[in-house]
Design a protein around this ligand. Structure first.
Ligand code: TXE
Length: 497
């Protein structure tokens, strides 16, 4: 085997061939500077393998490949053919669901059950945008009998895409599918913590028939490869999911370089609002899922829980009992709900927030400590009696930690829910339809769930108000992120007006 593939194995699927090169022009290649970096298994803290690292020079190579494809062969491909490629890619992902899910669990630490759900959603997302590819339409606009006006929606060009590690394959799908459906070419950088599943996926890109250079996938770090992509003069658009801090850096880099288009999906501090009249058992199940799904590593995690005073004590006790049932441990065990956090750095950040919650006087209802003594596992943690000014109430923790506070009135609930720099998501739990609608309208959040949480779908737009981002992913709206509008005005009079 060359140094671009290695033999690895997962506990779920046994041995497989893991690509470790940079995927450029439909081939795996070494980086120009021949650098590599280690990939760590978060369950064991051991090295899984090393992969090739893209530096700025590799970003140049990948962007040149994407540019050549965009100006060449890809432009001549019909929208229907783009659809066929995407549908074939979705079929290949579906056929290889077991392997992709197992690699995701190995590298990210998420439970195999959830990883399978993620890959299922990848298939759904790619199919959905496969369906859109030949339905991108402009308009004719009647302005003057001697003129003919129409609009065209054209691809933007070469798109840089930078994704995080919490849903490595799903974030990839959310980014690439609308961009390919609309006829762009791509250089995607995966997160340095979780490069493996994207490289396995890359093999299917070629097999699906996409011409070389259309979709390039590189592994590398943010400060080098990520920064090079966002400041590149030949990249026409940059799409990013990650921290709000880096989102700001990317906007600055885009502005300072060629003013490339920017869409951002950033952090959150989403409130769950539980009213006295809610079905308490149901609400607790959703609140539990809202915060602990994916180990709290969700941008829309319901990390602030506001409970109306009439049910507060009962809720806190029942929620504690529910959280204690969440099975924490080996991601490959079929009953595991919560695996390890993705990295030592994330583990330490989260433990720092737990410490600050304790120091600032919130009550630890359950958890608050490491789970076990190997791997980056943290106990599901609930703080009660949290006040608005505490760090655990204001900052994104991105771990299995939530804070509960009491509220009196509907107005209080809306005010507290909105008292954050973020505005990604929120949920409202009540049996009263009018309360649900009034509170949903009052919350400044891109998504509001009623009597549920984390219920995303590829057809429903997703994104943030305020510091949670710019633009919307998913649904029809995402097509606008990847198209330019061209207005054409034709003089039919044959003379000057
Ligand atoms: O994110 P980063 P990190 C939040 C969450 C988490 C915190 C830190 O609160 O605790 O961010 O996580 C690339 N130019 N979210 O440090 O650094 C990087 O290589 C260009 C929320 O992992 O934002 C990776 O590919 N790119 C979130 C991606 O950005 C840069 C998901 C995300 O990394 C870069 C993840 C730079 N200067 C974290 N620096 C969500 N919205 O879901 C880094 N990157």
């Amino acid at each position: 085997m060359s140094n671009l593939f290695i033999e690895l194995k997962t506990p779920a699927t046994g041995p497989y061939k893991q690509p470790i090169g940079l995927f450029i022009n439909n081939e795996f290649v070494e980086g120009v500077e021949k650098k590599t970096f280690e990939v760590i298994n978060p369950s064991t803290e051991e090295v899984i393998c090393s992969v090739h690292e893209a530096t700025e020079k590799d970003v140049d190579v990948a962007v040149a490949a994407a540019r050549k494809a965009f100006e060449g062969e890809w432009r001549r491909v019909t929208p229907q053919q783009r659809s066929i490629y995407l549908l074939k890619l979705a079929d290949l992902v579906e056929k290889n669901l077991d392997l992709l899910a197992a690699v995701e669990s190995l590298d990210n630490g998420k439970s195999i059950t959830m990883a399978r759900g993620d890959v299922g959603a990848v298939v759904g997302t790619i199919r959905y945008y496969g369906g859109w590819a030949d339905k991108i339409e402009g308009k004719t606009i009647d302005i003057n009998p001697d003129m003919f006006h129409y609009t065209r929606r054209e691809p933007i060009g070469v798109c840089g895409q930078i994704i995080p590690w919490n849903f490595p394959l799903l974030m990839l799908a959310w980014k690439i599918a609308p961009a390919l459906a609309t006829g762009n070419t791509i250089v995607l950088k995966s997160a340095e913590q979780t490069p493996l599943s994207a490289l396995v996926f890359a093999q299917f890109v070629k097999e699906a028939g996409f011409p070389p250079g259309v979709l390039n996938i590189i592994s590398g770090f943010g400060r080098t490869a990520g920064a090079a992509l966002s400041s590149h003069m030949d990249v026409d658009k940059i799409a990013f999911t990650g921290s709000t801090v880096v989102g700001r850096t990317i906007m600055k880099a885009a502005a300072a370089s060629n003013l490339k288009k920017v869409t951002l999906e950033l952090g959150g501090k989403s409130p769950n609002i539980v009213f006295n009249d809610a079905d308490i058992e149901e609400a607790i199940s959703w609140v539990n899922f809202g915060i602990y799904f994916n180990h709290g590593q969700c941008c829309c995690a319901g990390s602030r829980i506001y409970v109306q005073e009439g049910i507060y004590d009962k809720f806190v006790e029942a929620f504690k009992q529910r959280a204690l049932q969440n099975k924490v441990g080996d991601p490959f065990h079929p009953e595991t709900f919560q695996g390890p956090q993705v990295s030592q750095l994330q583990y330490e950040r989260i433990m720092g927030y737990i410490q600050s919650g304790k120091e600032q006087g919130a009550t630890v209802v359950t958890g608050g400590e490491r789970h076990g003594d190997k791997g980056y596992f943290i106990q599901p943690t609930i703080f009660a009696n949290a006040s608005q000014d505490m760090k655990i109430m204001q900052e994104e923790i991105f771990g299995p930690v939530c804070a509960i506070a009491k509220f009196k009135t509907e107005e209080d609930a809306i005010r507290l829910g909105n008292d954050t720099a973020y505005g990604l998501a929120a949920s409202v739990h009540t049996k009263d339809l009018n309360t649900a609608i009034r509170v949903s309208n009052g919350l400044k959040a891109g998504t509001v769930w009623v009597n549920c949480h984390n219920m995303l779908n590829h057809a429903l737009p997703f994104g943030g108000y305020k510091a949670s981002g710019i633009g919307r992913e998913l649904g029809e709206l995402a097509l606008a992120n990847y198209t330019e509008n061209k207005s054409v005005a034709i003089n039919m009079a044959g003379k000057m007006f």
